[in-house]
Design a protein around this ligand. Sequence first.
Ligand SMILES: N[C@@H](CCC(=O)N[C@@H](CS)C(=O)NCC(=O)O)C(=O)O
Length: 218
Amino acid sequence: MPELELIGAAPSNYVWACRIALAEKGVPYRHNEARPHTAEVDAIHPFGKIPVMRHGEVELCESRAICAYIDNVFDGPKLAPADPAKAAQVEQWVSIVNTHIDPLWVRQYLRAHFFPNTPDGSPERETIEAALPKMEQQFAAMERAVAKTGHLVGDTFTLADMNFMPILFYMGTKPESSALMQRTPGLKSYFERHMARKSVQETVPTWMPGPARSERAA
Ligand SMILES: N[C@@H](CCC(=O)N[C@@H](CS)C(=O)NCC(=O)O)C(=O)O
């Protein structure tokens, strides 16, 4: 079988989710750390977003599609349950995280920390403060979601958890979201338990997001 190439910078939460899936399946792959909107990404994603993937003749974009391909093509443990109701619940939680959590926690809150539009590069306080009340509600909702089994779906580590864990990791890197995590101990213990998994540990990004080197102040 040809070698799979995963394309996308490691700090991206969506690239990381795919890398956890690859590690869980035990699939060897080449990791090309291209940034969004570079030629190799634009060649596959219509809007230049990461991750994208190449495997022989197969080219794919969108993390959920890439994870489905990895799960269905390679041997190894199934990453989504066979039971139709549980499989649909995986889709449900991936969709909730990608359409409600990621836009607020990552694209608004973390963006204001990592890529601030301020003259001195300090965090965008107004944007951060605006995000926090709704984030607090969503932290509580996600805590309720994992309360019963310590997983988003059933009692196994599925693609729903793989998709959510990288976002939770970044919440621990900034003060306001760390404080929210302290106030949701069930979510904190969910995070800490799955953070100890080999597939998560061995894919932790070795560098953090920020402006491209050429854009940074000297
Ligand atoms: N729905 C996409 C989202 C991918 C995405 O938003 N990737 C971010 C990095 S985490 C990106 O490429 N951002 C660049 C941009 O939006 O211009 C997926 O699941 O793969």
